[in-house]
Design a protein around this ligand. Structure first.
Ligand SMILES: Cc1cc2nc3c(=O)[nH]c(=O)nc-3n(C[C@H](O)[C@H](O)[C@H](O)COP(=O)(O)OP(=O)(O)OC[C@H]3O[C@@H](n4cnc5c(N)ncnc54)[C@H](O)[C@@H]3O)c2cc1C
Length: 442
């Protein structure tokens, strides 16, 4: 029988307090209860909207940040906390006017944006540039090629062998890997809220519990309405992730492939395991599929994320069980020391490509004066705030030629559900089975 929560798990919308990242001391923002006039209205306070608002406010632009629930309540408060220092495939980059070269330069230049923002604004988000390891059961030419590529761009990254992996990860199970002395971890809920606080200190008006219900032209400007108040602005920026449940500008809702993901956090590891698991204190992922990304956070909990099976997103025990069995296989010492389940939650990602962990964020011009910065997939913690900053600076300086993403018109993708079906029914269960066998030459 269905429990009341089952639909919420499946929609990636369980109460945010289920997320391991939520600590009690973040500020709750009041609802919008009047009519205001600003230069820019930003809708959605995840990592993207928070960054847009912060960087606009810093340039003296009058900005209102309007969030349906509270900042970080979407994917940004529900993710796995990895701060990825590199760009993924950006599959369509080749077809962009400048082949994405400016975006790449900007990314390299600002790859520490999460740590920089935390430092500059005094954001206490357990942000640690602890580096990352991608570990594999065999050698992959693609990993070596990737290392060469990013080293050429000035990155501190190396190919590592089984011996070095043992030192870094505390396991013999992997024979080949990449060690990034770049990137790391962050508590994404606190990071998002920290950016929002900083935006408010710079003059941004922030509203929580204010779902935007409509966005209508008001002369040459726009009026954004919430249940108890409205904001009139010259420019509106929508940072609503997939935009799926929004009735206004419905053309945006079909631009992405949704994919549900879930997060799991263990109780703090007992001391004997802390000496064994991840002694290098790096963030870890597995190559090629990243089935069990692992972040050891500042409270010594292991945080991981995966894709739940259809109709089973509510089953915390199942995904904790997968993680535990992986830990037992990878660090046999974990069999002798109890590890508990601290938190389990789900969240929704919006992907622009129908291939796992591929695709690139999108910048849409929905109407004159209305932009949407969406579809960051499963990797928005770094590029989200970065592109938010780029958009904010381009708007503040009225230099749209500085925008790094091509400005597109929203176009619905074909069969959006088929991607999720394939990943959840076939790909992830198959990959889990293979991992149990110790990997396959894929
Ligand atoms: C389980 C999981 C693990 C992940 N792991 C990682 C990781 O380790 N590293 C990484 O880089 N990325 C990761 N991601 C992806 C990352 O979380 C996202 O790419 C990123 O958070 C997207 O940010 P956003 O601001 O676009 O969206 P969101 O954080 O979803 O923000 C959108 C906001 O818009 C609000 N909104 C929507 N409609 C309205 C409306 N009508 N009115 C007002 N507000 C509205 C929502 O309430 C929400 O707060 C993961 C995602 C998930 C789900």
């Amino acid at each position: 029988m269905k429990r009341p929560d089952d639909d919420a798990y499946e929609a990636g919308a369980v109460p945010i307090v289920r997320s391991a990242w939520v600590a009690g001391d973040v500020r709750a923002w009041p609802a919008l209860k009047s009519d205001l006039d600003v230069d820019v209205a930003v809708v959605g306070a995840g990592v993207v909207g928070a960054s847009v608002a912060l960087h606009l406010a810093e340039r003296g632009v009058r900005v209102a940040l309007i969030e349906a629930r509270q900042p970080g309540d979407g994917a940004s408060g529900r993710n796995a906390g990895q701060v990825l220092p590199y760009l993924g495939k950006l599959v369509d980059r080749a077809s962009w006017p400048d082949r994405g070269e400016r975006l790449l330069d900007y990314f390299v230049q600002h790859r520490n944006i999460v740590f920089d923002l935390c430092e500059r604004h005094g954001i206490d988000a357990d942000a640690a540039p602890c580096g990352m390891v991608g570990a594999a059961y065999r050698e992959y030419a693609s990993m070596t090629k990737n290392v060469r590529y990013w080293r050429g761009l000035g990155y501190d990254v190396d190919v590592v062998d089984r011996g070095r992996l043992r030192e870094l990860l505390g396991t013999d199970r992997y024979s080949f890997g990449v060690h990034w002395r770049e990137g790391g971890r962050v508590n994404p809920h606190r990071f998002t809220n920290g950016m929002v606080d900083a935006a408010a200190r710079s003059g941004a008006l922030v509203f929580g519990d204010s779902p935007v219900e409509s966005c209508m032209p008001a002369g040459r400007r726009w009026c954004v309405r919430t249940p108890h108040g409205g904001v009139t602005a010259s420019t509106v920026v929508l940072c609503t992730n997939g935009h799926a449940d929004n009735a206004f500008f419905p053309e945006l809702a079909g631009t992405h492939y949704p994919l549900l993901a879930c997060g799991v956090a263990t109780t703090p590891l007992p001391k004997p395991l802390l000496d064994v698991i991840d002694p290098g204190r790096v963030v870890m992922s597995q190559y090629p599929l990243g089935l069990f990304p692992l972040v050891l956070d500042g409270m010594n909990r292991l945080i991981s994320a995966t894709i739940p099976a259809p109709g089973r997103a509510n089953d915390a025990g199942r995904y904790f069980g997968y993680l535990l069995r992986y830990l037992n296989r990878t660090w046999p010492e974990t069999r002798d020391h109890p590890i508990g389940l601290d938190a389990y939650w789900t969240g929704m990602t919006a992907n622009s490509a129908p291939a796992y962990q591929a695709g690139s964020p999108r910048l849409y011009r929905v109407a004159d004066g209305v932009f949407a910065l969406l579809n960051f997939g499963a990797g928005g913690n770094v590029i989200g705030p970065m592109l938010g900053m780029n958009l904010a600076h381009a708007l503040a300086d009225d230099r749209h030629q500085d925008l790094l993403l091509p400005v597109q018109t929203p176009v619905s993708v074909a069969s959006p559900g088929r991607f999720e079906w394939k990943i959840r029914h076939l790909m992830i269960p198959f990959a889990r089975f293979i991992d149990r066998l110790g990997g396959l030459r894929i």
